[in-house]
Design a protein around this ligand. Structure first.
Ligand SMILES: [Zn+2]
Length: 131
């Protein structure tokens, strides 16, 4: 089994060079099971953020019990689950690895440009008569 292109279950929604965004879709198709995957590079390093937006399941639970829990605990707990098949899992892993490599290349290029700019600034300040 190999990475598919385009990858089943993985949808790239944005790419700014130093940041890539993907939707990882659940096999059941439920929108609140979808995970959003952000791979971002900055001067410090690379971060991967995974989040999902969940909805309160008001229709399946006793509303008064939820209201009571909210009043007594101050919060409600909700979970989401992403269920993906073997091929999508492989696509997910390969997409993550590739995205990390891509943003790292972008980050290194940006850092080398900063180094060049700093070296030019140092040379200019050394050549300057100003004190
Ligand atoms: Zn699902």
């Amino acid at each position: 089994m190999e990475l598919q292109t385009p990858a089943e279950g993985i949808l790239k929604t944005n790419d700014w060079g130093d940041a890539k965004v993907y939707h990882v879709v659940c096999d059941c198709g439920a929108d609140d099971h979808t995970h959003n995957l952000w791979v971002e590079a900055d001067d410090i390093g690379i971060t991967v953020s995974i989040y999902a937006t969940v909805k309160s399941p008001w229709w399946s639970m006793n509303r008064w019990k939820q209201i009571w829990t909210l009043i007594t605990k101050g919060y409600l707990e909700h979970q989401t689950v992403l269920t993906i098949n073997q091929q999508t899992a492989l696509n997910y892993a390969e997409t993550l690895k590739t995205a990390i490599k891509d943003v790292e290349i972008f980050r290194q290029q940006r850092l080398s440009k900063k180094d060049t700019a700093n070296q030019v600034a140092v040379k200019l300040s050394e050549q300057s008569d100003c004190v």
